[in-house]
Ligand binder design. Structure first.
Ligand code: NAD
Ligand code: UDX
Length: 477
């Protein structure tokens, strides 16, 4: 079966970049990305590529090449469903905030809405592809809805989870470690899988395209994220021990990562992992295990989240203790708000929780991030409901100049590893701060020797850095 028209429901961080790359690599396929959010679609259609709703290095060029040729963004969901032979569902599946499974299970209401809308709008047989990350066995529910409400049209459900990481989405999509396609093992199921494999084969080597049954594919996505997050929590747990023993977590990471069985990636100790996926997907895994009565399995994975919460809190507490146990009324500069560099996404960013912790202690925050807007930062804080929006506005200043953020502050907390932070004139920043000028590097990536030479007292994760200049000397300088 040859696919000539694709529709993707959901124009977010996954739907947008994924479809842009498919359109670029398959100029003969018409790709229409639809969303109910008019502002998002307007952003994707904006002539000024700086206004695309998702910031990813290299994405603007791909959109510029394919948009209007065979890549389209629209809010007309029904039309795109009708026209397409293959429909990707790439809508959000956040943690439930109400009812049974609240705080753990994935909220599948948008998935069900999509299934119902596909069934209602379809006028011919369709291949429906789960691109969203879903609990294992969701395809069963999607198929049931489609088969019972789809006016006799035939539907094949495939699972094709997305493994891109934000900040490197384009790279990951152009050269994925693997593409995973799960489907029914019937002749029709295999034919549908082949149709999707043929699309990816336009640029992905065949041996990197794995096919499995649909349940393995669904579960592999949750498992991959759980394993990755577990590595971060594991190294973060060791970072705390390093701080007590004069071991250096970077050295430990390098030493264990050299073992080919362990490998060097994802061993960077940090203030804690963020992002829309890790926490949500592990919580979902924990919930599924509990529902099956697998208490030990659930407890095992839950610990990854507990460790991460501990790491975020530990970072904030460390700042407070070094500021003589009080940050009340003190200006603290926060550099970075995104959950990692090279993205404007802030979902579950460690910065949000560190900020909230400091605000509970009445700190005055001045925040700078190169890609995150003031509105987004305030939304993130307001969403926590710890204090009123007016209180957040009064306690938090958000600036577009990092030097202004640091001026007159007692301390700087670095929350995201943006490259530009390395190139700042730290001499100027140092002299504009209150003394002793303290810097807390939540990403372990600045040049601490240089910062200490300037006079900063620096603190980083998983390492004791004795101050080279005693406080007295700093005062007399
Ligand atoms: P997102 O929130 O950025 O985008 C989802 C979009 O779907 C939104 O724009 C929303 O308006 C739209 N939408 C919701 N219901 C709709 C409907 N009924 N009709 C039309 N549009 C609808 O989410 P995302 O980050 O792109 O994630 C999407 C899925 O992909 C999630 O399941 C997520 O777990 C998974 N995933 C995300 C990443 C990532 O890095 N963000 C990576 C891999 C997988
Ligand atoms: C993750 C998965 O990597 C990706 O495969 C999946 O499709 C979506 O979820 P993402 O959340 O975009 O991707 O970014 P990732 O690079 O995995 O980083 C997640 C968080 O872990 C970030 O906050 C990052 O700073 C942190 N991290 C990562 C560390 O603290 N240390 C590391 O060594 C690696």
């Amino acid at each position: 079966m040859k696919i000539s028209k694709i529709c993707c429901i959901g124009a977010g961080y996954v739907g947008g970049p994924t479809m842009a790359v498919i359109a670029q690599k398959c100029p003969h396929i018409q790709v229409t990305v639809v969303d109910i959010n008019q502002a998002r679609i307007d952003g994707w259609n904006d002539e000024n590529l700086e206004n695309l709703p998702v910031y990813e290095p290299g994405l603007d060029a791909i959109v510029a090449e394919a948009r209007g040729r065979n890549l389209f963004f629209s809010t007309d969901v029904n039309k795109a469903i009708k026209e397409a032979e293959m429909i990707f569902i790439s809508v959000n599946t956040p943690t439930k905030t109400y009812g049974e499974g609240r705080g753990q299970a994935a909220d599948l209401k948008w998935i069900e809405l999509c299934a119902r809308q596909i069934a209602a709008a379809a006028e011919s047989d369709k291949i429906v592809v789960e691109k969203s990350t879903l609990p294992v066995r969701t395809a069963e529910a999607v198929k049931d809805i489609l088969d019972n409400t789809g006016h006799g049209n035939k539907f094949q459900i495939l699972s094709n989870p997305e493994f891109l990481a934000e900040g490197t989405a384009v790279e990951d999509l152009l050269a994925p470690d693997r593409v995973l396609v799960g489907g029914e093992m019937s002749p029709e199921g295999r034919e549908a899988m082949q149709a999707l494999v043929d699309i990816y084969a336009h640029w992905v080597p065949r041996e990197r395209i794995l096919t499995t049954n649909v349940w393995s594919s669904e579960l592999s996505k949750l498992t991959a994220n759980a394993f990755l997050a577990q590595r971060v929590s594991s190294i973060n747990s060791i970072s705390e021990l390093c701080e007590r023993t004069e071991a250096d977590v970077s050295e430990v990471g390098r030493a264990i990562g050299a073992d080919s069985r362990i490998g060097p990636k994802f061993l960077q100790a940090s203030v804690g992992f963020g992002g829309s996926c890790f926490q949500k997907d592990i919580l979902n895994l924990v919930y599924i295990c509990r529902r099956f009565g697998l208490i030990e399995v659930a407890d095992y994975w839950e610990q990854v989240i507990k460790m991460n919460d501990h790491q975020k809190a530990r970072f904030a507490k460390n700042i407070i203790s070094h500021l003589y146990n009080t940050v009340s009324g003190k200006k603290i500069a926060m550099l970075g708000w995104a959950f990692k560099k090279d993205t404007n996404d802030t979902r579950e960013s460690a910065a949000i929780y560190v900020a909230d912790h400091l605000l509970r202690e009445n700190a005055k925050l001045c925040i700078y991030d190169p890609k995150v807007s003031k509105e987004q930062i305030l939304n993130d804080l307001n969403y926590l409901n710890t204090r009123t929006p007016e209180e957040n506005e009064a306690m938090v200043e958000i600036v577009t100049d990092p030097y202004q953020a640091c001026k007159d502050s007692h301390a700087i907390a670095v929350l995201t590893e943006w490259d530009e932070f390395k190139d700042y004139n730290w001499d100027i920043i140092y002299s504009s701060m209150l003394q002793p000028a303290q810097l807390f590097d939540g990403r372990n990536f600045l040049d601490h020797d240089k910062l200490q030479e300037i006079g900063f007292r620096t603190f980083t994760i998983g390492k004791i850095i004795p101050p080279v200049k005693p406080y007295k000397e700093v005062l007399n300088a």
